[in-house]
Design a protein around this ligand. Sequence first.
Ligand SMILES: Cc1cc2ncn([C@H]3O[C@H](COP(=O)(O)O)[C@@H](O)[C@H]3O)c2cc1C
Ligand SMILES: O=C(O)c1cccnc1
Length: 336
Amino acid sequence: MLPALTDLAQFRDLLGKAPGPDTAARSEAEARNGQLTKPPGALGRLEDLAIWYAGWRGDARPEIKAPQVIVFAGNHGVTAQGVSAFPAEVTVQMVMNFRHGGAAINQLARAAGARMDVHALELDRPTQDFTQGPAMSGAELLSALQTGWSAVDPQADLLVVGEMGIGNTTPAAAIAHALFGGTAADWTGRGTGVNDAGLANKTRVVAEGVSLHRSRDGLEVLRCLGGRELAAMAGAIAAARQLRIPVILDGFICTAAAATLAAISVDALDHTVAGHQSSEGAHRVLLEKLGKEALLSLGLRLGEGSGAALAINILKSAVACHSGMATFAEAGVSDG
Ligand SMILES: Cc1cc2ncn([C@H]3O[C@H](COP(=O)(O)O)[C@@H](O)[C@H]3O)c2cc1C
Ligand SMILES: O=C(O)c1cccnc1
């Protein structure tokens, strides 16, 4: 059962005491993996993925039947600083596109056999420009976390969270810079495709934001430098943990949102895998900081949950092999 999310202290507390995987189911899955009709290790990472999934689902022979993709949308005051190649009104226009089934994520979710939900978070009320003050108040952060928290279907057996929010590679870079140090330039990329002058301006904006809000606390970083759709993604990832629903992380923005949870509780992302490595410059390093290795690297730099949705079929395939293959004994195949 998922408790109602009532305040930020409770959120922090729930993260600290989040459930772990079912170790008995995990061991049973490991034993089963060792008996399947293949040379040991021949399915490579698919084997680890299936065992990981089995542990989180508490079922040594699981199936993936009900994946859920949730796209959260938010607007950002920091777009006033000219940080995106596209105008802020594209956020609401893309939300309509998602609802009409016309975006990349609609096709990828359908191809993966996933249900898709879209939550627009107060698009007519952008967050505050974080170079001027905190992006959100505590109440605004809580409300965005709650949207994500309650958007997860408890019956889902796999979750992908994606986002739409013009300008949001800037808060993502600022979060990464605040949490992991280095320079603003280390974390700032071209997003939708800003030119060299645009990249220099965006890097300045990230540096200014991070020097104004000096906290390294995950929730405070999310509040001061994040955005509503990033907070909603964090809320959904945390809710999935309570429900023991494994999560596939998407690109740079999703991973930055997730990183705020790991900053609060170090094992908060143990129920997640990295779906892909985005070509947004700093994503590879961000994944490294979180100890995650991406499943796919296809040069995507879209967000929306696109790379994670693509990885659903990899995870489904891993689990199908694990649960569907015969053992040596069942098939009458001689083992080594
Ligand atoms: C038509 C369109 C569709 C998108 N779908 C995702 N994004 C992606 O681009 C945005 C982040 O890049 P930046 O920080 O440079 O604005 C986010 O909305 C992200 O989801 C899109 C962007 C556009 C223009
Ligand atoms: O990696 C991402 O999520 C990403 C990169 C660029 C633009 N939008 C999203």
